[in-house]
Design a binder for this molecule. Sequence first.
Ligand SMILES: [Zn+2]
Length: 293
Amino acid sequence: MKNLGGHVGVAFFGILSFAITVALVTAIDRATGFNLFALSVWVVVPVGATLTGAAAASGYYFGSLLFHTRPNWFLLVQVMIVAALAQFAIYYAEYSTLVLDNGIRVADRIGFFDYLDIRLTTAHMRIGRAQTDTGAVGSFGYWLAVFQFVGFILGGIATYVFLKDHPVCKICSRYPRKLATSMQHFNDREAFATYYDNLFDHPVDGPVFAQWMGHDPDKGLIREGTILATSTLRGCPHCKTQRIGQAVQIMGKSDWSAVPSLTRDVGIPQDIDLRPVFKGETGRRISAQPASA
Ligand SMILES: [Zn+2]
């Protein structure tokens, strides 16, 4: 395995995020009585567990970006182990820190698995906006724990998938760093389509491309149906080659929703630095639409 030091560093970051997540979830539960990882939608969809699993595995994501290690099967195994262990580590942290009102430490009186059995079967579910208490969940508590376990694993896998999807320098397979972003707003679909279809027809170091990148006709006029193109300029820290990633969103009644089919990631020829274009230093910002031919 090449870059062994990098992989060790990544593993260290992963274990660190795991420990921090377990400590935070337990501390919040102790302080407020709110258990983040038990949060679910429609009783069985383990949203909180998925987020907690992703948080526990997030060190693998950030460590990989930092050390430029590519995700491989060994990373996936680590991520899944950490996500799966997080649930039990949180149970154990609860168990070992639980002190009853009469000052008795629970861990001094009963074993961990006895504690776990009581904890899972006597938990109370609260359902709906009124937070109606449905009473102790009984053996269904074990099923809830299984659903949450699946949530933790899914959270870990999501972390891995995000890393797999992260842009990579095609030349030296390192992770490019973000250099600049720019946003462009369109209230007219035709105007957006003309922009989107023509942008990369022009040489990226020429004036027309710079004009298109500075073209933001409906900035500040966001309404339902507004199309937002977000461009991210990334540069490889090693060979300096740049890439432009574009993501497109449409404004709904109150929220942006992504249009994944329009996402693109375009390589820029070597030795071209587009940072001035993103900062608007080249290409006059014009209010009229740039020439499309
Ligand atoms: Zn490179």
